[in-house]
Design a protein around this ligand. Structure first.
Ligand code: FAD
Ligand code: FES
Length: 261
């Protein structure tokens, strides 16, 4: 029987820390790479438990909230990184310091670090980098020695290399167009690395390729289209080996062994 990652139901540490709507004030909203923004917010983030959890942002004029992964946090602040891909993220990119956002927090199960072993491999593609950055911080705090691979299409999309270096991790960078680091995909960089466990977040084709190529167990974080974001509408359900799971509630992190492609 697979161990469930649905910590919200099973983790006694979560008592009294259920999802709620909080008001966050924008401290800064800066362009850090091509179409990519770092949003620093002030507000109550003390309910966040794990790397890989996400928030759902209400944007004026939009019916559906937009889900974004938590990149970093303290009890009173939170950092998100988002890529402008459509009208919702464009509207966020135009917001200014001191404006306020209504945010559902925290959502999803997040990565379980108890499986990591001593030398886990963390692989992120594009805007999969933010939750992997927070995971790296958590694993280091637990005394583990993570290796990190970050994949981008091109050098102009690269961000957070220096932030990982500040943690003491020298990330391997891959770019599809060979403008920086190793030419190719993240899977081109994993062959020479020995690792105890895999954690990954990024676009679906990258997750599928890693699922085939990785030689340990692991946890994979998925980005599904979402409506409610907290388990009520079933709109994000996907079939897994055992059952249907809602990516927003029993995910976004799934075990390698339960994933069906
Ligand atoms: C759990 C989770 C965590 C996420 N974390 C981040 C993050 O940290 N940073 C970040 O930049 N983005 C993240 N996303 C994706 C982000 O939610 C979408 O890019 C955003 O909602 C798009 O809103 P929009 O109004 O700008 O675009 P829309 O107008 O809604 O869509 C524009 C284009 O983007 C595609 N798209 C929209 N949402 C998704 C999605 N969820 N998955 C794949 N393609 C999508 C659409 O198909 C369309 O082609 C996350 C998504 C999920 C489900
Ligand atoms: S988005 Fe509604 S159940 Fe997941």
């Amino acid at each position: 029987m697979l161990r469930s990652l649905d910590y919200a139901r099973n983790d006694t540490n979560n008592k009294g820390r259920e999802m709620k709507e909080e008001i966050f004030k924008i401290i800064s909203n800066e362009n850090i790479a091509k179409d990519t923004f770092e949003l620093n917010l002030e507000g109550d983030a003390s309910s966040i438990r794990r790397a890989g959890q996400f928030v759902n942002i209400k944007i004026d004029g939009f019916f559906l909230r937009r889900p974004i992964s938590i990149c970093d946090y303290t009890d009173k602040s939170m950092t998100l990184i988002y890529k402008v891909v459509g009208e919702g993220t464009k509207a966020i990119s135009e917001m200014k310091p001191n404006q306020e956002l209504k945010i559902l927090i925290p959502l999803g199960n997040g990565f379980d670090t108890s499986f990591s072993g001593n030398s886990p491999l963390l692989v992120a593609g594009g805007v999969g980098v933010p939750p992997i950055y927070l995971l790296a911080k958590k694993l280091l705090k637990e005394g583990k020695s993570p290796s990190v691979i970050l994949g981008f299409n091109s050098k102009d999309e690269l961000f957070y290399e220096e932030k990982f270096k500040t943690l003491g991790i020298n990330p391997i960078i891959t770019t599809v167009d060979a403008s920086y680091g190793i030419k190719g995909f993240v899977t081109d960089a994993i062959t020479d690395i020995e690792y105890s466990y895999l954690y990954t977040c990024g676009p679906s084709p990258m997750l599928k390729a890693l699922h085939e190529k990785s030689n340990t167990s692991g946890q994979f974080s998925f980005e599904a289209r979402m409506a409610c974001g907290f388990g009520a509408c079933m709109g994000c359900s996907i079939k897994t080996r055992d059952s249907y799971k809602r990516i927003c509630k029993e995910g976004p992190v799934l075990f390698k062994e339960e994933i069906l492609w």
